[in-house]
Design a protein around this ligand. Sequence first.
Ligand code: ADP
Ligand code: SF4
Length: 701
Amino acid sequence: MMPRDDTRRDPRYDVLFEPIAIGPVTAKNRFYQVPHCNGMGYRDPTALAWMRGVKAEGGWGVVCTEEVEIHHTSDIAPYIELRLWDDRDIPALARIADRIHEFGALAGIELAYNGPNGPNSYGREVPLAPSGMPVATSDYDPVQARAMTRRDIRDFRRRHRAAARRAREAGFDLIYVYAAHCLSVLHFFLSPLHNRRSDEYGGTPRNRVRLLEEVLTDTREAVGDTCAVPCRISTDELLGPNGLEKAEAEEMIGLVAELPDLWDVALAAWENDSQTSRFGPEGRQEPFIEGVKRLTTKPVVGVGRYTSPDRMAAVIRKGIADLVGCARPSIADPFLPRKIEEGRLEDIRECIGCNICVSGDFSMSPIRCTQNPTMGEEWRKGWHPERIRRRESDKPVLVIGAGPAGLEAAQALGKRGYEVTLAERGADLGGRVARECRLPGLAAWGRVRDYRVQQLHQLPNVEVYFDSGLDAGSVLELGCPRVVVATGARWRADGVGRHRPRPLPIAPRARVLSPDDVMDGAALPAAGERVVVWDDDHYYLAGVIAEMLAERGCETLYLTPASEASTWTRRTLEQHFIQARLLEKGVAIRSFTALDAVAEGAVTASCVFTGRTESLEADTVVLVTSRTPEDRLAAELAGRAEDWADAGIETVTTIGDALAPATIAHAVYAGRRYAEELDGPPRTGDEVPFRRELAELAPLD
Ligand code: ADP
Ligand code: SF4
């Protein structure tokens, strides 16, 4: 939506728009996009530049890169971040800085030397650490890092200085010293757990902070006359007395308090700093940030998945920090600052805290976002989070089904100016998110619906009809030229899934529930009953249902053929928290165990390795396996294709879960894609539908 002229920001938020000096540079406001990964990195630098540029356009005062490898002796393969190994990397980085500058923001770069956080699979050098240790990777790579000698330390400092100079040459205004998240060798030096040195770089807090002090001094000397030097640090490793605790971290910050131009305060390892809404509320990091301002005169920034302007203003007013740090809220809504400035709070697309964005980094694929389907497509497809081209025909569109796919299609088509009819079978909008947001911990999922419904309210050209379950006859009667079938999917109740591609043997009188039965409020098992939850889906739902049943007092047994509960949630940084919560709630988790058959009062299960079977008592079994597309309507319409022309129908397109069930993010994307491509250039489907960059071939001699 274009900004409305008659609106202005509420004076309550003025504090968010005050400029602030950060060393030798000045940010125009307090909206600070902290460094965040995105799965594009050195492979997709222009796509990355455009993504950052859209945030600058949306009003962020500072826009930073993700971590940037500074030297070939520490790479983070297989993950794809940016690189600044030598001068040849400067042009790609410069393109990013330039694009950020084009829209008036400051450009920040997070220089990173991962050290023991990567096995150096690409560069094949021996990884370096404060003390010898196995590399700290989640893949348990059979590689150890060696302890840095004094010479290694000198080399590292020289390399960091060189990278800082290159970053300045690329045009960056803020050049980070990164010492946080267990992703930087400097973090490992600070940590009493990992730093076992007996020289002047180990032992006391004074000694452990020495290298950070030196690198901060080096970086200031190298670029500090024109560039700001922020320091990102974790104030607690959340490991209790074994690790770095807040008091000691503050002691160390106090020792170098005035050296950086800004303190960017993080919490422990990445999974703690980017917790999902299921496990941490907005502003969760505040207790770990607020002490830092007492230690330094320099500005402080911290994150907290802030999406509420009031909460953001309070961060500044209460003196918790001087700038509001955001990664995910800036992904979900790159125009968040502009919307606050223009008094359009109702248009803010609030992050739901699902961490699908993080999964891009873990899958080394371009970042996507549940709320913002244009994320990652700004350059590849030319999509924009706030703008979409005008309609190119007068032909109305009928969208059937108001789940994430249908809602997104309807609102995006409405913004293009098409006449849209949205027909929903039920009495509520939102489809699966309306149902799932009632489950424990998933309330924020409802924002996927809320944002879109809010947008629909502003579009007079979109009509919404409730209680309108359509069949092929009624669709033909309506005679809308374009029909979009977004009728969703239902969870299977027969056990078909990944591990078991065929229906399970289920005794006629056995009590079996599908996740839909649970969400529909079917007679749930009572306290004390024995329930088996079979997870052959591996994302969040089986875990959520097990948690809910344990809360009811059921004796809950979680069976999974995988090594752990909800295993895909490793990619959303949640697996550890999910498993811990299930165990704390008394859920028994049986890994590497497959469900073979369901009888009355019992199930047969087997070990996935040996095939050894056992019988387990179960009053009720919940099967969380896979979904069946709700494609009856699409099939009926296809069967009557010869009637379309008479009815005035030109195209029928199935999107979202009705085509192939996947995540909410996939459904929203499908809705957006339909709207973006309608009346676009004809495509055969053979051509690559997005721009990409190809590696430049080296000369052969
Ligand atoms: P997706 O994730 O693809 O958006 P959902 O399952 O969340 O799918 O939503 C599908 C929506 O479509 C649900 O709200 C459902 O009530 C609605 N729906 C399903 N079949 C019909 C139909 N024949 N007519 C109208 N609405 C339908
Ligand atoms: Fe927020 Fe989810 Fe989007 Fe990430 S993917 S920014 S967590 S809504």
